[in-house]
Write a protein that binds this ligand. Structure first.
Ligand code: AMP
Ligand code: MG
Length: 413
């Protein structure tokens, strides 16, 4: 049997991304329903934000020139609370003004109330103790958003702050990409669902909950087709069912080339498949292909990605390969995984020709600690950790060296 080709992580990712095409359909949803969705169209602001020059402090709106006079006492000629509009500031006068209120015509600075005093016995005069500079404490009209200009770009993943930007632009609804539809199933005769008794030699299916939750975090619609026994017929049947109405099928387990591994022959029979050995640890084998939705292919294909069965391997390969693929299907812009330089507070002396992804967490000293057991079966390493160190092939390092850190948080949205 010929050995599958060995790819670098970057080659595997590029191959996946070059195949993924964004879904074309979109839908219009109310603002709160758009959380976690992907914007399908630029959002142009309906208004200037702020709508007028306004004050960012409680205090007095003045003409800077008037505050240079000896004594600096000005007549308070008007009062402008937020939500009302003042009149032109007469020479030698000040306007009492409150945060968010528009600057009256003629004023060119605000003096905060802490820098002023009311002369003894006066009710309509203010003494300016610290002369302002021109433009002080004034927020300019349109400095946040400009009417008719893009406030948010198509392809943006919508977090709470993007919903706020869209609301400040005056929108009630957003056009978002339809959700990517993903089918999952889990291969392995040893698997049971939690709540069921374990078979002799059995283990619980943990990948199901990890992967379904990953898909939920990414805003996908997921359908689980359950645990599929290690045989060709059952695997092919489930593939056929899962291909209907789904953009992507994700499985775990059975992607090696042992006689109990049926993913490769099953997907090959129902579509097409590349089986890759990726030079990463954890998570070497990864299967990528497509399953026909109908015999004559007139309904197209569902993409197929087969992850390794070991729980850490399937989680890490999901984050590194499946997530960027899904992002691209969703039409999101930022498909590449971002790493940050961080200080390792541990030595790493095991040379491996594979690119290793170590489970680590940030310590209070601002460095990274390593989880002691890096086995691909020990899922508590990922739960203890807050991210991965991307350790290039053949590399070792010492405590104090800078390494590439990838936070889990950034990969779960
Ligand atoms: P496989 O990739 O099928 O050779 O499985 C590799 C290892 O992962 C074996 O020890 C399996 O028992 C384990 N495994 C496979 N699928 C799952 C799963 N869904 N949940 C937990 N462990 C699994
Ligand atoms: Mg198996």
């Amino acid at each position: 049997m010929t050995k599958p080709p060995m790819l670098t992580a970057q080659q595997a990712l590029e191959h996946l991304l070059s195949n993924a095409k964004p879904v074309s359909e979109s839908e219009r949803v109310a603002m709160q329903a758009a959380l976690g969705r992907v914007l399908a169209q630029d959002v142009n602001s309906l208004v200037d934000v702020p709508p007028l020059d306004n004050t960012s402090m409680d205090g007095y709106a003045v003409r800077v020139a008037d505050t240079q006079v000896p004594g600096n006492i000005l007549h308070i000629a008007q009062r402008i609370p937020a939500g009302s509009v003042g009149t032109t500031l007469e020479l030698g006068t000040a306007a009492r003004i409150f945060t968010g209120a528009p600057i009256p015509p003629g004023a060119n600075a605000v003096v905060m109330q802490e820098d002023c005093a009311i002369p003894e016995g006066s009710t309509d005069q203010v003494q300016i103790n610290i002369a302002p500079t021109s433009g002080q404490w004034i927020r300019r009209r349109g400095e946040d958003l400009t009417v008719g200009k893009a406030a948010l770009m198509a392809g943006t993943f919508l977090r709470p702050q993007e919903l706020g930007v869209a609301a400040s632009a005056g929108l009630t609804h957003l056009n978002v990409k339809r959700r990517v539809k993903v089918a999952t199933f889990f291969t392995g005769d040893e698997l049971s669902l939690p709540g069921e008794p374990l078979k002799p030699g059995g283990i619980y299916n943990s990948n199901r909950d990890t992967l379904l939750a990953c898909l939920k975090s990414l805003g996908c619609d997921a359908t689980d087709f359950g645990i599929v026994p290690d045989n060709l017929g059952a695997t092919r049947d489930t593939l056929r069912k899962a291909s209907k109405d789904h953009d992507l099928i994700i499985t775990s387990g059975g992607v090696s080339v042992g006689e109990e591994d049926h993913i490769k022959p099953a997907v090959t029979a129902e579509g097409r498949l590349d089986l890759w050995q990726i030079a990463i640890k954890p998570g070497k084998p990864l299967a990528f292909g497509a399953v026909r939705k109908s015999e004559d292919l007139k309904d197209g294909e569902a993409w197929f990605i087969g992850l390794p069965g070991n729980p850490v391997s399937s989680f890490v390969t999901f984050l590194l390969f499946v997530r960027p693929f899904i992002l691209k299907l969703q039409g999101r812009e930022e498909a590449q995984v971002q790493s940050y330089p961080m200080r390792a507070d541990f030595d790493w002396s095991k040379v491996d020709r594979r690119n290793e992804f170590l489970r680590v967490r940030i310590n209070p000293q601002g460095g990274l600690d390593l989880f002691p057991n890096q086995s691909s079966g020990v899922l508590t390493s990922a739960s203890w950790g807050d991210g991965l160190v991307d350790c290039p092939p053949g590399q070792t390092f010492k405590a104090g060296d800078m390494v590439k850190y990838i936070p889990f948080n950034a990969l779960l949205t």
